[in-house]
Design a protein around this ligand. Sequence first.
Ligand code: 13P
Length: 247
Amino acid sequence: MKKKLIAGNWKMNGATATNAALLQQLLAGVGQPACDIAVCVPAPYLAEVGALVKGSAIAVGAQDVSAHDAGAYTGEVSASMLRDLAVRYAIVGHSERRQYHGETDGVVASKAQKALAAGITPIVCVGETLQEREAGLTEEVVKRQLAAVIHTNGHCISEIVVAYEPVWAIGTGKTASPEQAQQVHAVLRAQLRAATEHSDRVQILYGGSMNAANAAQLLGQADIDGGLVGGASLKAPDFLAIIAAAA
Ligand code: 13P
C-alpha cells in the first residue's frame, strides 16, 4: 500500500543551532514511522541537515531548484547540486515563488523536469487564490497548473509528488475543510489517471494551515496522501503529532 508523506516546508526560517535542536527532537520522537517524512530546508542548510538526519527515517528536501543545468544563473541552485548533497525532494512551484518570483506554469514544469532528470522527486505545488475560488475557478486553475507539468514530463509523471495548497489557506490559519480538499484532490487524481496508468502511486499532499488538531481528518480523506506543512513543521511536538496522524 502507498505510504503517506509528511513533508515540512521550513520556508525562510532556521539557524544552525535551532535546526540542530529541532532535528534532535524530531529524531528522538519519530520512532518507526508508518509514513515517509521529509524536511524541506533553506539551501544553505541542506548539507548540514543531511548530515544530521543521515540513516534516519527523515529525508531532506530543497524548497526550489533551477530550471537550468549550469552556468551564468547567479543565485540559483541546480538539480545536480542537490543530487550531490543526497537531497531526495525539491518543492517546485510553491505559490510564494509563483507570486513573489514570477514563476509561470512553464518554468515550474521545467523545474520539475530538471529534478526528475537528476533523480530528485519534485513536490509540485498547485492551488487557487481566494479570488479564483470565489470566481468558481478552482478546478480550472489547479488543472492548468498540473497539466503544464504533465505535458512537459510525459511518462515520468508517476514519479512526482503533487501538493494541493489553496493560497488562501497558507499561513492564514484557515484550513480547507476535509471535504473541500478531497474534492480538489479527486480532480487531480482523475487528471493523473488520464495521464498515466501508475497514477495511484502518486502521493497527493494537502498544504495550508495543517496542524496537530486538523491533520487526522484531512489525512483520512480518500485522496489525501500526506501533508506539506509550513508553520507547524517548525515545532517538533506539532510536526510529530502530524506524523503520528498519518499512520
Ligand atoms: P502553513 O502550514 O504555514 O500554512 O504553510 C503551508 C505551506 O505553504 C507549505 O508549503
